[in-house]
Design a protein around this ligand. Structure first.
Ligand code: ADP
Length: 658
């Protein structure tokens, strides 16, 4: 049973309310009868004597008191009303009894209505002793409902009043006036008996956690049996007795035979009832045994599974973090046997610094709050060595949400952690040596320019002054030396340009690509004119980029498109389209094309597909393009076929859209 505000919620509340309401209605009908003088309303049930006004008032007050107390001890004004009503019920009952006992009239009987010709009582308006006694019992029960005495006092009291009401009703049903009549005059009314019986049952239902009601309302087999048998046990003898009387009345048999018949039919009916109930109980029990076996079986399989998991430490903690189970994997991973750790606090697996900052407690609190926690960290084995653990802590709760404890699954991830650390270290090392190399390339190429200039100058002088004066071989040597120096200059310049992409980069800013393209074309004016190239272009966007580098990128790609032309005049198109958060540019030509097997290689430094005699160049142009595009967070690739032209694509993220 769930509890609310410290008191049991009332599972039979609607029945209690219905009962109290019905009693109030019944009593009001009777009082209306007295007020109007209509006999039919005073008796309610045909054949009954009228219910006395005092009884109607007392039972109304009892119903009001029960209404106030129906869902636990009342508080505030409800408490006052409940106890005042109960006290009045008790007083009316007790005073009436005193009147009967001492044959005195204290004016209580005719207080509300005058009865000129008493029916059912010797004194006008006086409530008979049985309902008066019932009022005393019900009044006491309502006063004691939530006191220490309630456990032993309330149920006997309402059992007494209930039986009193039942006896009268049976008397009326069997036409046995001895059961509802006292002497010649005093006769108890049917509505009073009904109201007393209903109230007695309702008081019992209002406190289902008291006395016999606990068994009656329990979900176990005892409660089930009690609930199933109670009504038949009351109704069946009642009906059999009634049939017995009718038979006798019609002269079908005499009293002895009738009694024998009644006994036999009772025995048979109850034997059937017991047999049926026993069968149902038996079946329920068999199902329970089967269910228990299934649970045992599944627990056993689960245990085998947990024990079999050698690479995982699987164990349970109670709500405070003490270890309650330990599997073979845990023993293998942490080095403790089950006997050593069960009952110990799980913080012993944490490194001292983590324990000092309260990490184990924080992890349990987080798991309890979120239901689950996954964490990684260094943990300590029994021998003091450490391992990198990945642990999942799951909070275990009962059906009502109460925290039972935690399940913890730990995996040893030391190898992965080491590999990750090594990878991180290697990546850092690589970045550092790359930067160093770039710096070196820049410094070296920059410093090489100076002596090269001196060599080239001397060779120039040599050629100008001594050409034709020495022999033919000397002229040839001088020409070779001049070409070599020129080539060296180109290489150094390109190398410098390559290293400058990262060492001399300026910050990214919005640039108009149309302007960058015109600058690139202006730098290529001579080549465009000489080759007769025709360059067409889409309307290009504004992107966040380094303007000098984008100009260089376009210049390199256009320059290659012109340089690697076929016999026809170059036709070049610079296109662009927007594609999921990035701009995709393309530079398409109708030149000699590229075999697809080289489409990756050409972006590497010094990689060329032709001799310098066929096409001049150093093999750095596309490497520079790649570096520029990657610095902007994009990609570059080529789609081409031999003799069918090439298209170079590159992307620049559309940062303004992001
Ligand atoms: P370079 O132009 O100095 O040779 P690049 O790095 O610019 O060096 O180009 C590398 C190689 O890629 C070139 O030697 C050439 O074989 C090929 N290539 C580049 N652009 C084109 C193009 N538009 N058409 C055909 N081949 C090209």
């Amino acid at each position: 049973m769930t509890r609310r505000g410290g008191f049991p919620t009332a599972p039979f509340d609607k029945y209690v309310r219905a009962a109290a309401g019905a009693v109030i209605l019944l009593a009001l009908v009777v009082l209306a009868g007295w007020g109007s003088g209509l006999r039919g309303l005073q008796t309610v049930f045909p054949g009954s004597v009228p219910m006395k006004p005092n009884a109607a008032v007392a039972l109304t007050l009892a119903a009001v008191s029960l209404w106030m107390q129906r869902a636990g001890p009342p508080e505030g004004w409800r408490r006052h009303v409940a106890y005042a009503c109960a006290l009045l019920v008790l007083t009316i009952g007790a005073l009436t009894l005193a009147e009967h006992l001492f044959d005195a009239d204290i004016g209580l009987d005719q207080l509300l209505f005058k009865e000129t010709h008493p029916i059912g009582s010797a004194v006008p308006g006086r409530m008979p002793p049985p309902p008066a006694l019932s009022c005393v019992a019900i009044g006491c029960a309502l006063l004691l409902l939530d006191t220490a005495a309630s456990r032993w006092a309330v149920q006997p009291l309402i059992l007494f009043s209930g039986l009193m009401g039942l006896t009268v009703l049976v008397g009326y049903s069997y036409d046995q006036s001895d059961l509802y009549r006292l002497g010649f005059y005093i006769q108890m009314a049917v509505p009073a008996a009904v109201a007393i019986l209903v109230l007695s049952i309702a008081i019992a239902l209002a406190r289902p956690d008291h006395g016999m009601m606990v068994l009656l309302t329990s979900p176990g087999p005892g409660g089930l049996m009690a609930r199933r048998l109670l009504l038949p046990a009351i109704l069946l003898p009642f009906m059999l007795g009634w049939l017995h009387l009718i038979g006798e009345h019609r002269g079908l048999y005499d009293n002895r035979f009738g009694t024998a018949l009644f006994t036999i039919s009772n025995v048979v009916v109850f034997a059937i009832l017991v047999g049926w109930n026993a069968t149902v109980l038996q079946r329920t029990d068999e199902k329970r045994v089967q269910a228990e076996a299934a649970v045992r079986h599944s627990e056993e399989r689960f245990r085998l599974l947990v024990d079999g998991a050698k690479d995982y430490a699987i164990f349970m903690l109670d709500a405070s973090g003490r270890i309650t189970t330990w599997n073979a994997g845990a023993e293998r991973m942490k080095g403790y046997s089950a006997a050593e750790v069960i009952g110990a606090h799980f913080s012993r697996f944490y490194v001292t610094a983590d324990v000092a900052r309260g990490l184990p407690e924080v992890e349990l609190q987080t798991a309890a709050r979120d239901g689950r926690l996954e964490a990684e960290g260094w943990r300590v084995r029994k021998d003091g060595s450490q391992f990198w653990a990945n642990a999942v802590i799951t909070a275990l709760r009962d059906a009502d949400g109460g925290l039972l404890g935690f399940a913890k699954i730990t995996r040893d991830m030391t190898d992965r952690k080491r590999a990750e650390d090594e990878l991180k270290h290697a990546a850092k090392e690589l970045a550092r040596s790359n930067a160093e190399l770039e710096q070196f390339a820049y410094v070296a190429s920059h410093d090489l320019q100076e002596p090269l200039r001196a060599v080239a100058g001397c060779v120039d002088l040599l050629q100008r002054r001594y050409a034709g004066q020495l022999d033919a071989r000397a002229d040839e040597f001088i020409t070779h030396a001049r070409d070599g120096a020129a080539r060296m200059r180109d290489l150094i310049n390109d190398l410098l340009a390559y290293s400058r992409v990262s060492t001399h980069a300026s910050t990214l800013a919005p640039i108009d690509c149309n302007v960058a393209l015109s600058d690139a074309m202006a730098n290529l004016t001579v080549a465009i004119r000489e080759s007769g190239a025709r360059v067409t272009t889409d309307r290009l966007p504004t992107v966040i980029a380094d303007r000098t580098q984008i100009t260089q990128l376009l210049q390199n790609l256009l320059g290659n498109a012109i340089k690697f032309r076929a016999t026809r005049a170059p036709e070049i198109h610079v296109g662009v389209e927007r594609n999921s958060g990035e701009w995709r540019f393309s530079v398409r030509d109708n030149g000699i094309g590229i075999d697809s097997q080289y489409s990756e290689r050409i972006f590497k430094v010094f990689q060329r597909l032709h001799t310098r005699r066929e096409y001049p160049g150093t093999g750095i142009g596309l490497a520079i393009c790649k570096k520029i595009v990657e610095r902007h967070g994009g990609r570059i690739w080529v789609t081409a076929q031999p003799d069918a032209g090439s298209t170079f694509h590159f992307t620049i993220p559309d940062r303004r859209a992001a």
